[in-house]
Ligand binder design. Structure first.
Ligand code: NI
Length: 258
């Protein structure tokens, strides 16, 4: 069984053929999916899908792009929303200095709110980081000094230095279709050196379709393409890779029961 640890099932992109794509995921061996929140104001929409399917879980949080739009969030509100049995983590949150859609100080403040919620509950924080490795590493390190919290760098495509910091703090790293992209040789070299017991796979669908689906809408069934590439980079057969990444997922996301 594979797990798509990061998708956005509530996005309108999936509306036209939702039931068919859920069936394709099942046929591709995707036994569980985590539908990731991007706005607290739209959390109901995310939760509704998780409630409808036994094998869909979700997270609650505010994407760094939305940090300015939803400034009033506090950790207690996130913690309260995560009391629902299908809510298994916080995010996605973090820093995006590539698009800079929210002011950086707001991004940093909202990121720390999510970390506080993770620390209070022991549920993982799902981190988005783009062109912000230094600040992401600094915030994770500072916050960890205040007390431990579990977490995941999603769609990992950063430097080896950030990987080492994150792993040193006990974090996991999730790999997306980016590892199949032609230009991603540096990332593939980094991935070869990452510890197998810290790796997950994801689609980030509807974005980032893996080769050979690149340019098309991504969907959870395509996580099998990313898993196959990761298996070859690690010199494992695909069933072993599926087992290891699923075990890692279950170790990190402690609210999920098999
Ligand atoms: Ni995402």
């Amino acid at each position: 069984m594979l797990v798509d640890s990061h998708c956005h099932l509530d996005f309108p992109d999936f509306q036209p053929d939702f039931d068919a794509l859920m069936q394709r995921a099942e046929r591709a061996g995707v036994g569980m999916m985590v539908s990731i929140g991007t706005k607290v104001s739209e959390f109901d929409r995310v939760l509704a899908i998780a409630e409808r399917f036994d094998n869909v879980y979700c997270t609650v949080g505010i994407h760094p792009h939305e940090a300015a739009a939803e400034p009033d969030i506090d950790a207690d509100r996130l913690v309260a929303l995560a009391a629902h049995p299908k809510v298994i983590g916080f995010g996605e949150t973090g820093l995006d200095y590539f698009y800079d859609q929210s002011p950086r100080d707001r991004q940093r403040a909202v990121f720390r709110v999510h970390i506080e919620a993770a620390r209070k509950t022991g549920l993982p924080v799902i981190v988005h980081t783009r062109d912000a490795d230094d600040d992401t590493a600094a915030i994770l390190t500072e916050e960890a000094a205040l007390g431990p919290f579990p977490g995941l760098i999603h769609c990992f495509s950063s430097s080896r230095a950030l990987a080492e910091t994150a792993i040193g703090l006990g974090f996991y790293l999730s790999l997306s279709g980016i590892i199949t992209f032609n230009k991603a040789d540096d990332l593939r070299e980094t991935v070869k050196t990452l510890p197998l017991d810290r790796l997950l796979v994801e689609t980030d669908s509807p974005y980032l379709s893996p080769v050979p689906k690149r340019g098309q809408r991504n969907e959870p069934s395509f996580v099998a393409l990313t898993a196959a590439k990761l298996a070859s980079l690690k010199g494992l057969d695909e069933s072993r890779l599926a087992q290891v990444t699923t075990d890692n997922f279950l170790r990190l996301f402690t609210k999920v029961s098999r």
